[in-house]
Design a protein around this ligand. Structure first.
Ligand code: HEM
Length: 485
């Protein structure tokens, strides 16, 4: 009866639950995809559930992705949902603490800063970081051993992403005090903060202190550089943002450069470290693919395996497909949320979603449907061979929208959208591919991998944070390649 009272005429069905505020929070939080599959069976592609007291209307499959991700700014809003969580971490006047038009300009600054020249220099930096890392890390002493992929890969990506994108000063701070500060700041993304981000709890106090320290650190770097005591000697994003101007002609102020840099660190770190961890775990489950990758490198780049360059990446298709396939099954962002700004009719249904609801889209769900993918649960990088299924190119129509930072299709029918779609689409895709492929090349050159005792299992997913990642520890066996290989 309670469920029937909750559901109004023309509103989507409400997922059955016993407790009013808790609703489906626990079941959803344990495994969002299992929750979506089960409820799609019961209610179809559109249904509402209660998440920490909020009404969430999920719209699944390609139509659902398109409806939410390409929603108009007058209809759907991201910042009202994300700001309470993000603003204490990123800071004032950036990302979700400013009008959307300003975010579009900030995304443009970053996207335009990721030039071919910059990406080229990053490949060299990341390769060097990987080589140093495997030489000095205690997990890789000797000829063979095991390592905890989740832990080790998040350490590595902090170094690779910070050195390339954030510059040498920030990279060097990670060797000392910065790691703890980063950890404290990261606690700001605990899911509990969707409700209690303002509360003076110990983890929020630590977050606020870490935030102030980081803003000061970045601001000091900008001040030093602006004072002219240092010349521009790298392609890091701080230098680039210092040269950017808003449409009204103003420079990007220090605290905004700092805030954008924190946002990039967070956005890039979680998604990339989780993806590269999954890549290694999938390779350990499929050691024959590791050997195929090694063979690809030798046949394309030469048996002596010269130092990798940015241009080499486009001639290593299997390496790219490994990234692509891993993002299909293990997209780090499983749920994307928006606030409803005016009553919305869901196309092809009688449902009207009221403004008291939020919307939830899950492109990671459509990427697991057998309507689009043969044997969808199987991790198979060869499913993308010869450009088959390049689903990114499936547009809903030919109409394009220019968001300032890039021109994207007005609609999309693609079931494969690990980087999202529409005005909030990711601008870090090229950086992410470059970074993940470069690390992959380095690890495949150095090691063979397999699951402990050659098992074919794969570990589960930890959905307890906003970004999903492999359950720790993900232990994998490695063996250094001999010279004869
Ligand atoms: C937005 C995924 C790496 C910066 C997004 C969105 C997705 C996504 C799904 C859309 C979120 C939404 O619609 O609410 C990924 C994946 C990555 C990755 C799978 C790596 C494997 C990066 C990196 C950066 C970055 C490396 C920075 C260099 C951003 C930014 C946005 C974004 C600035 C825009 C947020 C907005 O407009 O609201 N990303 N991302 N991402 N991402 Fe990424």
């Amino acid at each position: 009866l309670q469920q029937l009272l909750l559901k109004k005429p023309n509103e989507p069905p409400v997922v059955f639950h016993w407790l009013p505020v808790i609703g489906s929070t626990v079941v959803y939080g344990m495994d969002p995809y299992a929750f979506f599959f089960a409820n799609q069976k019961k209610y179809g592609n559109v249904f509402t559930f209660i998440l920490l007291g909020r009404k969430m209307t999920v719209c699944l499959d390609t139509k659902g992705n398109n409806f939410i991700l390409n929603g108009k700014i007058k209809d759907v809003n991201a910042e009202e949902i994300y700001a309470p969580l993000c603003t204490p971490v990123f800071g004032k006047d950036v990302v979700y603490d400013c009008p959307n038009a300003k975010l579009m300009e900030q995304k443009k600054f970053v996207k335009f800063g990721l030039t071919q020249e910059a990406l080229r220099s990053y490949v060299t930096i990341i390769t060097q970081e990987c080589e140093d890392f495997v030489k000095r890390h205690k997990a890789f002493k000797g000829q063979k051993g095991t390592f905890d992929v989740t832990k080790v890969m998040s350490e590595l990506t902090i170094y690779t992403a910070s050195h390339s994108l954030q510059g040498e000063e920030i990279r060097n701070s990670f060797d000392s005090k910065f790691a703890d500060i980063y950890h404290d700041l990261d606690m700001g993304f605990s899911p509990i903060n969707f409700m209690l981000s303002w509360a003076p709890l110990p983890h929020n106090r630590a977050r606020d202190r870490a935030h102030d320290t980081m803003i000061n650190l970045y601001s000091e770097i900008v001040r030093k550089r602006r004072a002219g005591s240092q010349k521009k000697d790298s392609h890091d994003m701080i230098w680039h943002l210092m040269d950017c101007k808003y449409k009204d002609g103003t420079q990007v102020p220090e605290h905004e450069i700092a805030g954008i840099m924190i946002a990039l660190l967070m956005a890039g770190q979680h998604s990339s470290s989780s993806t590269i961890a999954w890549i290694i775990l999938r390779l350990a489950q499929n050691p024959h693919i590791v050997e195929e990758l090694f063979a690809e490198q030798k046949s394309v780049l030469g048996a002596d395996l010269p130092t990798l360059t940015y241009d080499d990446l486009s001639s290593l298709p299997l390496h790219a497909q490994v990234v692509k396939e891993t993002l299909r099954l293990h997209a780090p962002i499983h749920s994307i949320m928006r606030k409803v700004k005016q009553p919305l009719v869901v196309e092809g249904t009688n449902y009207v979603i009221p403004t008291t609801h939020n919307l939830m889209s899950s492109p990671g769900f459509s990427a697991q449907l057998d309507t689009y993918f043969v044997d969808p649960a199987k991790w198979d990088p060869h499913r993308w061979d010869a450009g088959q299924h390049s689903y990114e190119d499936v547009d809903g129509d030919d109409e394009k929208i220019d968001y300032g930072w890039g021109v994207v299709s007005k609609g999309t029918n693609s079931p494969y959208l690990p980087f999202g779609a529409g005005r909030h689409r990711c601008i870090g895709e090229q950086f992410a591919y470059m970074q993940l492929q470069t690390i992959l090349v380095a690890f495949v050159r150095e090691f063979k991998f397999r699951n402990v005792n050659g098992s074919k299992d794969i570990i589960g997913t930890d959905y307890s944070s906003l970004f999903s990642r492999p359950l720790a520890p993900g232990t994998v066996e490695w063996e250094r390649r001999g010279k004869e290989l």
